[in-house]
Ligand binder design. Structure first.
Ligand code: UDP
Length: 456
């Protein structure tokens, strides 16, 4: 990197979605505490609006980015592809303006792995670039393996493989573990729950292509995913910095929605470790039938519950009088909660989660065991780790049914099995906290990244 000593500005480019914006703002805070100036380049929606606890940060809007209505129309995958196409020229203009404004003082562009079109601006202006993946190391590794196999035409009829099961085509692979990535098996690699296949394959090809990026950042800790991290280190052949969980050291919240803090007062009135907290993240949507079954199961469990429903009532208005009465006696419903504070509250005994990576890290960092209800591939890997590798949760599979919900809540909050999971969760909590403290692996990785950004 040329004239690095003088260059101190980092441009961060997140994907405009809560689960991506949050870790980017946490990374910004970490780098700012090490003396860098931060510019956040964002699209026109799901923007972090200053001032929001980020003193000194510059926020710029990438002009002509796609409107939010396109996300609703196209779905996540096709939106990401189109967003990158429109973003390329627009982002180049944005960087040109920033270079003028800051007298060429841009040390590096750190972009979300799904904002791969940023690389064109980095190349054009000869600015080093670094990729940040906001998902788990295991998820990124699985995409690399899948894309390689796909490029080698391994899945010769992938639609067929998806429709009629991979095993029919490659029966020898049924339970085979992917080399050096235990417990990932070949059957886990096929994408699920993300819509049409062709756009997904295109997006994956782009996301795993590291182009000219010179390093890779992951929001994870080596105490959580050491085998996947070693695998990536070998495979990517550029430095991999695992700095997480970043939220532990972040001071400001980057919630895009207004958090309803009244639930903390409600929690104050509940018994220690008695409450099940339910949140399925910012994107997931449940069918009305499932919402009803869940409400019955939660009420029948006799445990108090705090339930986040960001998309409005999600069928709650369809509750019968009897169910509404039970829910209001035992439960508390909010549209958006201060999640990290909720998980840290002594009344919370378990977390029913869709297993988004941020939620997974936040739960681990508070030692809260989980009920896992993942919707698609990445979340399924996280659920697999929660249940089978770290042994701090249980998975709920198949259709949601009230009896199964009631049993799962009791297993987690009331039974001996749940107490054992909680003990393991507390041990894991101490390990991840130690990794971000002075001398820990994530703490050291941040120092190494800083050195790298300053001196190359
Ligand atoms: N979150 C929150 N309040 C809520 C629910 C979620 O602040 O009521 C935050 C949560 O703390 C996490 C993020 O939203 O940081 C969700 O990210 P995740 O990766 O878990 O899921 P996604 O929304 O990307 O599917």
């Amino acid at each position: 990197m040329e004239n690095k000593q003088a260059k101190r500005r980092i441009v961060l480019v997140p994907v405009p979605a809560q689960g991506h914006v949050t870790p980017f703002m946490q990374l910004g805070q970490a780098l700012s505490s090490k003396g860098f100036s931060i510019t956040v380049a964002q699209g026109q929606f799901n923007c972090v609006s200053p001032p929001q606890g980020f003193p000194g940060f510059q926020f710029v809007t990438i002009p002509e980015s796609l409107p939010e209505s396109e996300l609703k129309r196209l779905g996540m995958v096709e939106f990401a592809i189109k967003h990158n196409k429109t973003n390329e020229a627009s982002f180049k203009n944005c960087i040109a303006q920033l270079l003028l404004q800051h007298g060429n003082d841009i040390s590096c562009i750190i972009y979300d792995e799904s904002m791969y079109s940023c690389e064109a601006a980095a190349r054009e202006f000869n600015i080093p670039s670094v990729i940040f993946t906001t998902t788990s190391a295991t998820n990124h590794a699985s995409r690399c393996v899948f894309s390689k196999l796909n490029a080698e035409r391994f899945f010769s009829d992938i639609e067929g493989a998806l429709n009629h099961s991979l095993m029919a085509y490659h029966p020898e692979l049924k339970e085979k573990v992917v080399e050096n990535l235990y417990p990932l098996r070949y059957k886990h690699l096929l994408p699920s729950g993300l819509g049409p296949l062709e756009p997904l394959l295109e997006l994956r090809r782009e996301v795993v292509n590291k182009r000219t990026a010179s390093a890779f950042i992951i929001n994870t800790s080596s105490c959580l995913e050491s085998s996947s991290l070693s695998w990536l280190q070998q495979e990517l052949r550029i430095p991999v910095y695992s700095l997480g969980p970043l939220h532990i050291t972040a001071l400001a919240s980057s919630s895009l929605l207004k958090q309803d803090r009244s639930c903390l007062e409600w929690l104050n009135k509940q018994k220690p470790r008695s409450v099940i907290y339910i949140s399925l993240g910012s994107m997931a949507h449940m069918e009305t039938k499932e919402v009803l079954e869940m409400a019955w199961g939660l009420s029948n469990s006799n445990q108090p519950f705090l339930w986040v429903t960001p998309n409005g009532d999600d069928g709650i208005e369809l509750f019968s009088e009897e169910l509404s009465k039970m829910v209001s006696e035992r439960g508390y419903i909010v549209k958006w909660a201060p999640q990290t504070e909720v998980l840290a509250h002594p009344a919370v005994g378990g977390f029913w989660s869709h297993c988004g990576w941020n939620s997974t890290l936040e739960s681990i960092a508070e030692g809260v065991p989980m009920i896992c209800r993942p919707f698609h591939g990445e979340q399924k890997f996280n659920a697999m780790y929660i249940e089978s590798v770290w042994s701090v949760g249980i998975q709920l599979e198949g259709e949601v049914e009230r009896g199964q919900v009631e049993r799962a809540v009791k297993r987690l909050i009331v039974d001996e099995e749940g107490a054992c999971m909680r003990e393991r969760a507390l041990v894991l909590k101490e390990k991840v906290k130690a990794s971000v403290r002075a001398g820990g692996s994530s703490y050291n990785a941040l120092d190494e990244l800083v050195k790298y950004l300053k001196t190359g």
